[in-house]
Write a protein that binds this ligand. Structure first.
Ligand SMILES: NC(=O)C1=CN([C@@H]2O[C@H](COP(=O)(O)OP(=O)(O)OC[C@H]3O[C@@H](n4cnc5c(N)ncnc54)[C@H](OP(=O)(O)O)[C@@H]3O)[C@@H](O)[C@H]2O)C=CC1
Ligand SMILES: O=C(O)CCC(=O)C(=O)O
Length: 423
């Protein structure tokens, strides 16, 4: 680890810095458990791996990979794997920590972990992508496993990549270990409902938040940043409920249509070429996305997108954090002062890990549920968690984010205390 990067001294405005500041804000609400809070400010374990592969042109390329296990007080590590050219150890530390808070917030029997490879998968052939995935899985194989740490999809990873991870791990241990990853294809022990689960959770929590705000979803204007797994599914569900998706941004650019974008035509175009190739909206400069007149804003791309300046200008009344860590702490304060309600990532996007948990349980019991059962259970878990968080926020007069941390940190630190410290 470089001199600059340490567990306790984050780079300014980094995701890890954001996370540490979120933890600091919850300390006054932890009572006697506050003496354990340092536990949350450092990962339990961080592994950096070299991922060398032979490229199609015969050259050897090296990629840097990470797996961070932030906390395992309540159960095995759980969290996705990200393939992105900007992935850093410090980012993965933050993502793993948010998993610890998230799994505790919805009361799943897991800790928090996350992984990533600094690679642009869009520049790899399918064969190179498979080689990178398999080599990375072998390298982190010393710390993952169905009972220790269970990866899943995140940005630029999907069911095919989970299938390669499951196969590589299984070959290395000499058996078929379906429970080592979730988000797998259905015929390899995957679960119905997992692909749409995160977007569905954003919709379920968003619908409840809108109801409490007195905001009618019929005709509500929604802007969505990031139109991948999370953003596109959330957009579809809100559109089905009568909302208008008035702006969408992905890394190709931003499109707007104040009458509502036609998702049935937009989604296939976006999946193939990116949103700017869609003809049913106007292409505008990326920064204009934050000026679009809207009632609900759904950040569903990367961290640090809602800056102080963007928080000041958004017209949204409700922010639904589909992405992990999209709002920096100064922006959080501005949104709160302006009366904009934020449903934080650690509850808003917890639908994915909740159905991952269902997948893991189904793999162990070798008995698979139908999709209705999965969705009913998902909605029940999300609503129970959200209502408890809302009660906590009302009781202490704090934001939903700090309330989520209060509920989650109490569970995590109580488990830590009850387990004791001595080897
Ligand atoms: N998948 C899951 O189950 C879960 C994901 N999340 C979080 O949700 C977020 C999105 O993940 P997911 O949908 O799975 O990832 P995907 O890879 O499916 O989609 C990511 C989307 O973000 C867009 N994007 C990337 N960079 C930018 C940028 N600089 N500006 C605008 N758009 C950008 C991508 O555009 P393009 O396609 O053009 O590159 C793509 O549309 C992440 O923060 C992730 O951690 C949280 C919980 C669970
Ligand atoms: O499905 C999972 O296990 C984890 C998903 C994830 O990485 C996340 O919630 O950020």
């Amino acid at each position: 680890m470089s001199e600059k990067l340490s567990f306790v001294n984050p780079t300014a405005n980094s995701p890890w810095g954001t996370y540490l500041s979120q933890v600091d804000r919850v300390v006054p609400y932890l009572g006697p458990l506050a003496r354990w809070v340092e536990t949350l400010k450092r990962p339990k374990r961080a592994l950096i791996v070299d991922v060398p592969i032979e490229m199609d042109d015969g050259t050897i390329a090296h990629f840097e990979g990470y797996r961070v296990q932030h906390n395992m007080s309540r159960g095995p590590g759980k969290g996705g794997v990200r393939f992105h050219p900007d992935v850093t150890l410090e980012e993965v530390m933050a993502l793993s920590a948010w998993m610890t808070i998230k799994t505790a917030a919805v009361n799943l029997p897991y800790g928090g972990a996350k992984g990533g490879i600094r690679v642009d998968p869009k520049k790899l052939s399918l064969q190179e992508l498979e080689k990178v995935t398999r080599r990375y899985t072998s390298e982190i194989g010393i710390i993952i496993g169905p009972h220790t740490d269970i990866p899943a999809p995140d940005v630029n990873t999907n069911a095919q990549i989970m299938a390669w991870m499951m196969d590589t791990y299984s070959m290395n241990v000499g058996g078929t270990a379906t429970g080592v990853v979730t988000g797998k294809p259905l015929h390899l022990g995957g679960s119905l409902g997992r692909v749409k689960a995160t977007g569905r959770g954003v919709f379920v929590t968003g619908r409840e938040a809108a109801r409490r705000l007195g905001l009618d979803l019929r005709g509500a204007r929604i802007a969505v940043q990031g139109f991948g797994n999370v953003g596109s599914v959330a957009a579809e569900l809100f559109a089905e409920a009568g909302a208008k998706i008035v702006a969408v941004q992905d890394h190709t650019g931003t499109i707007v249509n104040s009458n509502g974008l036609d998702l049935a035509t937009l989604i296939p175009v976006a999946n193939k070429e990116g949103v700017v190739a869609f003809k049913g909206g106007d292409v505008v400069p990326n920064e204009a996305f934050w000026d679009v007149a809207c009632d609900i804003l759904i950040p569903a791309a990367l961290e640090g997108q809602i800056t102080a300046e963007r928080a000041q200008k958004t017209s949204a009344k409700l922010v639904l954090e589909g992405a992990n860590g999209p709002t920096v702490p100064t922006a959080d304060d501005i949104l709160a002062e302006r009366g904009v309600l934020v449903v934080p990532d650690v509850i808003c996007n917890a639908g994915g890990v909740t159905v991952s948990y269902f997948e893991w349980v189904q793999d162990f019991s070798s008995f698979f549920w139908d999709e209705d059962e999965i969705n009913v259970r998902l909605d029940r878990i999300m609503m129970k968690a959200l209502n408890q968080i809302w009660d906590t926020a009302d009781r202490h007069k704090i934001t939903l984010r700090t309330a989520t941390y209060a509920v989650a940190c109490e569970r995590i630190l109580m488990a830590r205390q009850e387990r004791g410290l001595y080897p």
